[in-house]
Design a protein around this ligand. Structure first.
Ligand SMILES: Nc1nc2c(c(=O)[nH]1)N[C@H]1C(S)=C(S)[C@@H](COP(=O)(O)O)O[C@H]1N2
Ligand SMILES: [Mo]
Length: 364
């Protein structure tokens, strides 16, 4: 067992802060990702909070500011479970970095994405108990500051618009796959915002503030922004570019492996597809001739409306080099963009280009 109870074969991009993704093979085939396989993305230290003394403040534009213990949260509010996929906005950045380098950012493969069954209180219910003012437009989250952090590393936070915050699917979760939330995933309580980039699902939650404007936390105002291709990354800090929120349609091939050598003949191609916000994955197409002809993959059943779809297709591969391509369509008839060149941005976010895997088939 590796660090933070992750599998031994976990790909650890960085030890401190801990940033790690599973191998594509480990992620594949399981609609709900086991805890030892779930990716983990951290901008600062993993916080060790005592669940008995932990408190959550709810303040800002509310009638009745609240201070809740874990017991209060569990007893005062109905318990909900949602199967939701979390995906880092930096997922698949490594492919973007082959277009042009992306210095200083974690080069995630296709597995900075995972799915869990989250259990907790609905944020909507907690906000209802606090009483919302008319002027409240955004709900901001900030993490605890229990652990010393290196100089210059800001407290993690962010916000979501009021309509999303009160929609019911956003949870203050204390359980993941039926067990208490592991420390590395934000114990004792984290936010889970289904359909949004992972960065809005704040871990080690300490405070919820209802406010007129979106969060000015560094990780919303100065990071997780999509800059124009010709911008200097330092401009993000000044609030340039597009703030990221709603997730975009994405898909990736998980098997076969990039560069794999395998016998010609029938080969199973498989992976995931995930739509953003309230859209659904409608179809996944696979091509083995660089995109001239396409066949439809079989979509596995959705583990829930906020979760990815796993897919697979057996294709017949001729001897020689083969380019396998996969692309997803969503319920708005939107398809993923074709090439990473068209998406390249200085911080390397939102690579949703068609997924490509090159293999070599040997005659048998
Ligand atoms: N407090 C805190 N919450 C956080 C982060 C963080 O660094 N600190 N990282 C965010 C990002 S960028 C992502 S993608 C998800 C990752 O969640 P996980 O580590 O449970 O997979 O958590 C989000 N919540
Ligand atoms: Mo992220």
């Amino acid at each position: 067992m590796g660090q933070w109870a992750k599998r031994d074969d976990t790909i650890v991009h960085q030890e401190d802060p801990y940033n790690a993704e599973p191998t594509p093979a480990a992620l594949n085939h399981r609609p709900v990702t086991p805890l030892d396989t779930f990716y983990s993305r951290n901008h600062g230290p993993i916080q060790q909070l005592d669940p008995h003394t932990w408190r959550l403040d709810v303040d800002g534009l509310v009638d009745r500011p609240l201070t809740l213990s874990l017991a209060d949260l569990r007893q005062r509010f109905a318990q909900h479970s949602v199967v939701a996929t979390l995906q880092c906005a930096g997922n698949r950045r490594a492919e973007l970095s082959t277009v042009r380098p992306i210095p200083g950012q974690t080069l995630w493969g296709p597995a900075a994405i995972s799915t869990a069954e989250w259990t907790g209180a609905a944020l909507a219910d907690v906000l209802g108990a606090a009483g919302l003012h008319q002027r409240g437009r955004h709900v901001a989250f900030v993490e605890a500051d229990a652990t010393a952090r290196p100089d210059g590393v800001a407290l993690f936070g962010g916000s979501i618009p009021m309509a999303k915050a009160t929609a019911g699917e956003v949870l203050l979760a204390w359980q993941m796959n039926g067990v208490p939330l592991p420390v590395v995933h934000g114990a004792p309580v984290r936010v889970v915002v289904p359909g949004y980039i992972g960065a809005r699902s704040v871990k080690w939650l300490r405070r919820i503030t209802v406010q007129e404007h979106c969060s000015d936390n560094y990780f919303q105002a100065g990071d997780y922004r999509l800059l124009p291709a010709d911008a200097d990354p330092a401009e993000a800090a000044a609030g340039h570019g597009l703030p990221l929120g709603v997730a975009a349609l994405n898909a990736a091939i998980l098997t076969p492996d990039q560069g794999q050598s395998l016998p010609a003949g029938p080969v199973r191609v498989s992976g995931y597809a995930c739509a953003g916000e309230d859209r659904e994955v409608a179809r996944v197409d696979v091509s083995v001739d660089g995109g001239q002809r396409w066949r439809q993959a079989d979509l596995g059943t959705a583990p829930g409306p906020w979760a990815w779809r796993l897919w697979q297709l057996v294709v017949d591969l001729a001897p020689g080099p083969v380019k396998i391509t996969a692309r997803a369509w969503d319920s708005s008839a939107t398809c993923q963009p074709e090439r990473p060149e068209h998406l390249w941005n200085p911080l390397g976010y939102m690579n949703t280009a068609w997924s490509r895997v090159n293999v070599t088939c040997t005659a048998r």
